[in-house]
Design a protein around this ligand. Structure first.
Ligand code: AMP
Ligand code: MG
Length: 522
């Protein structure tokens, strides 16, 4: 029997909904509503993350036990702990959406291990008071995507929520993947997500919009006490400082996304963690050819609000909404405005530092920003794989010629036949400058390569890879889920046995649903 030390802070310190019926409704004066998970008909453990199990002190034997299966599929609940769904609001695609809440997420408990507290949250375990018109369920497809990507992000060094387990429910779930009237049944699944907390920008927006200042303040004080304990000031200064630190964590997260080529796809304020963690993996994607305008989310195809290159601006916009939500606790806007403006200024500085690390440059040179923006331009002249480009770049040597540089990254081009003389000329110009620039560095080629290979991953969860794992899993073959989980644990290592995953997106995946096109249907 698994034993957990409960530490239910959120549900014991913040306001509970007094209505305990599981009906869809507006919930006032409450941070959450008690609700039990739905009982799945035939749960089966597909995969679990040993690293997350370790965090929670769950042994491999326990992870393969009936108790584990029942608890993390929603079939049983922990003794002495009442599951609940959190209440939050949000701005979706730029518009105020009002109350949203955990429509298909249910917190089982907060548990303590090794002096750390973790919130355990099932996703896809049935309807809650916040389900609105939806079913509260999740399909195997999107659950595999979230399970694999959460862990991949963690191992890439990107702040993220984690995923303990992936369990199929044995139930069928109806989904219209492309929203075109072709609904079909898919396998249902439940994952158990793990994070210090799942509080979002939207939890604050909710109380603020409801003009419920008492709960707003309680939530801010709670979040500061447990997650921003470095804040010592009191009164208004306390909340200004809080906002400043949230902006910092958010900025760092976005820098990481841009470094690894991750596109979240649905950066609504309800999908922004108050801890600056990557949260809610939906129609996310990884840049293959370097294209700042790319978004995997077909729902966002028209305006491309959440395209790769727009993520920093959207983060700032979302922070602006959070500032508005916190305003009643501060009642003075100049400091908040300064933090918002600084966001972009600091972001630009961090971005240059991050890109320099990808290029293996440590010293200061006045032309570095230009070298970076010129690279961004040449990368877009013809489809060029971002991951392969940066990974191969580390093998360029100080003695190399520009032509040699091009041949090293040649493999990153999707359409070698499209590389015209003028494109080659642009690359030659860039490589000439780049090689001159690395010659100004003190490190040897070997040391530079070693450092670059720690920031330029060799393996990322390319969209087609996730789709291959999904296709196999739909036929009850889970070996690819395990294989991808394994390879993505060491994304910066060579791992020759997994070399086949260091390759460009295959042609069949270019326009395939699930690979280049994803909808919010999950
Ligand atoms: P998302 O775009 O996945 O972040 O979801 C936005 C809102 O819709 C959140 O309040 C979710 O809880 C809710 N939601 C999404 N899918 C479902 C579903 N299948 N059942 C109930 N609520 C859902
Ligand atoms: Mg969400």
């Amino acid at each position: 029997m698994m034993q957990f030390k409960l530490n239910n802070r959120f549900s014991s310190e913040l306001k509970a909904d007094t209505n305990e019926t599981n009906t869809t409704r507006q919930v006032l004066n409450a941070a959450f509503s008690y609700v039990n998970p739905r009982i799945p008909s035939n749960p089966k453990l597909i995969h679990y993350s040993k690293e997350v199990a370790d965090l929670l002190n769950i042994t491999p034997d326990e992870a393969n036990s009936k108790d584990f299966l029942e608890l993390f599929s929603g079939k049983s609940v922990l003794p002495n702990s009442r599951p609940y769904a959190m209440n939050y609001a949000g701005h979706q695609f730029g518009n105020w959406a009002g109350q949203l809440g955990d429509g298909r997420a249910i917190v089982l408990a907060e548990i303590k291990n090794n002096n750390q507290t973790f919130m355990l949250q099932l996703k896809g375990a049935g309807a809650t008071p916040y389900s609105r018109r939806a079913d509260g369920l999740a399909v195997l497809r999107s659950s595999i995507r979230e399970h694999l990507c959460s862990e991949a992000m963690h191992h890439l060094g990107v702040p993220t929520t984690r995923s303990l387990s992936l369990i199929s429910t044995g139930d069928e779930v109806l989904r219209d993947v492309m929203y075109d009237g072709n609904a079909d049944y898919e396998k249902g699944a439940v994952i158990c997500r793990v994070a210090p907390t799942f509080i979002r920008f939207g939890n604050f927006e909710l109380f603020s919009a409801q003009n419920d200042i008492e709960n707003l303040k309680a939530l801010a004080d709670f979040t500061i006490k447990y997650f921003y304990s470095e804040i010592q000031s009191e009164g208004k200064e306390k909340y200004v400082h809080f906002f400043k630190l949230i902006a910092e964590r958010t900025r760092k997260m976005i820098i990481h996304w841009q470094r690894v080529g991750f596109v979240h796809g649905v950066m609504n304020t309800d999908n922004m963690s108050i801890l600056g963690l990557t949260i809610d993996f939906g129609p996310y994607g990884w840049l293959e050819d370097y294209d700042p305008n790319w978004t995997p989310n077909t729902t966002d195809r028209e305006y491309r609000r959440y395209r790769f290159g727009n993520q920093p601006d959207v983060a700032q916009w979302n922070l602006f909404q959070l500032a508005n939500a916190l305003y009643p606790l501060i009642e003075e806007s100049s400091e908040l405005e300064k933090i918002l403006n600084d966001f972009k200024t600091f972001y630009d500085v961090d971005y240059v530092d991050m890109m320099k690390s990808k290029l293996g440059l440590e010293k200061f040179h006045k032309n570095d920003e230009k070298l970076i923006s010129e690279l961004e331009n040449v990368l877009q002249l013809s489809e060029t794989d971002m991951t392969i480009f940066f990974r191969e770049l580390s093998t360029v040597k100080k003695e190399d010629s520009a032509g040699c540089g091009i041949s090293i990254i040649n493999n990153a081009f999707y359409n070698p036949k499209e590389i015209t003389k003028s494109i080659l000329k642009s690359w030659e110009k860039w490589f000439t400058k780049y090689i001159e620039r690395i010659n100004l560095e003190d490190h040897s080629d070997d040391v530079r390569k070693e450092k670059m290979d720690k920031v330029n991953p060799k393996y990322v969860l390319r969209n087609y890879m996730a789709q291959l794992a999904i296709d196999a899993a739909n036929n009850e073959d889970y070996s690819l889920v395990e294989e991808l989980h394994q390879v993505l644990k060491k994304p910066y290592d060579e791992q020759l046995e997994f070399e086949k995953w260091f390759t460009k997106r295959p042609d069949w995946a270019r326009e395939k649903i699930g690979c280049s096109m994803l909808s919010c249907s999950s």
